[in-house]
Design a protein around this ligand. Structure first.
Ligand code: AMP
Length: 245
């Protein structure tokens, strides 16, 4: 039986997050993966951590990702209206709750307007934030054949960000996240996404204004399911076979 490793990198500058990436690889790819992730951050950093963890059992393989769709709008308010209306109509999540969170994500969701290092869990029925001071990170996910899926996505005009985010959102759906909102915190990247098992992965542009440094993720999860979902996000290792294009 093959041995698998999780390799996770994060880099920061002056205490601010600069870059983060993760892979699940077999032993033969371990060294080159560590080097690849070490070289990964494009910006300056003064701190980098690379964590390698041997998985106690092989990751679960999921055949296909969430289906990927692209939605483009002429301005941010139209994009937010589209997402909030869709969440209400298809998922039964109150549109004003979705609008409020989209507004927060695009204007600094953390204390003092800072970005958070992970996602907030929000109960879709009550609007309660379930993990206030403790943002959750989805880890232990990758593509079965990352180079091939990357080629496929780039050929179709998508970016490497989509490669990572589609894998992450697919794992979230598998773990029981009912719906998700994501706004990148990169000031040069205004495309975001909304995802759910019913809606798939909807790439939405523009989700925020150009040059805005704000971003974040909200996972809609019912309070009674939160503990189980977080356990899965942190512990279950998942490899995804094909992108659903
Ligand atoms: P990014 O898409 O990398 O620009 O990240 C946007 C925001 O999503 C970040 O500011 C974090 O709040 C959050 N985030 C990034 N990576 C993760 C992760 N692995 N799990 C949960 N939230 C994340």
């Amino acid at each position: 039986m093959k041995t698998f490793y999780s390799v996770r990198m994060r880099a920061a500058s002056g205490g601010r997050h600069v870059s983060g990436q993760e892979r699940i690889v077999t032993e033969d790819l371990l060294e080159e993966t560590i080097l690849e992730l070490h070289r990964r951050p494009k910006g300056e950093w003064d701190f980098q951590s690379i964590k390698v963890e041997k998985l106690s059992s092989p990751p679960e393989v999921v055949e296909r990702s969430l289906p990927l769709k692209d939605h483009r709008f002429s301005c941010v308010p139209l994009a937010h209206s589209f997402v909030s209306a869709l969440f209400e109509e298809k998922l039964g999540i109150d549109r004003s709750l979705v609008r409020r969170w989209l507004a927060k994500l695009t204007s600094g969701v953390g204390p003092g307007g800072q970005n958070l290092p992970g996602a907030l869990l929000v109960d879709p029925q009550t609007g309660e934030v379930l993990n206030g001071g403790n943002p959750v990170r989805t880890i232990l996910f990758d593509w079965l054949d990352r180079p091939r899926v990357k080629r496929l996505l780039l050929q179709r005009g998508f970016t490497e960000r989509t490669l990572d985010a589609l894998a992450l959102a697919t794992k979230n759906a598998l773990c029981g996240v009912e719906a998700e909102l994501c706004v990148s915190d990169d000031p040069d990247y205004t495309t975001g996404y909304a995802a759910s098992p019913e809606l798939g992965y909807l790439r939405v542009a523009p989700m925020k204004e150009k040059k805005s440094p704000f971003g974040g993720r909200v996972y809609f999860v019912r309070k009674e399911n939160a503990r189980r979902v977080v356990e899965c996000l942190r512990k279950r290792a998942v490899l995804i076979g094909e992108p659903n294009l």
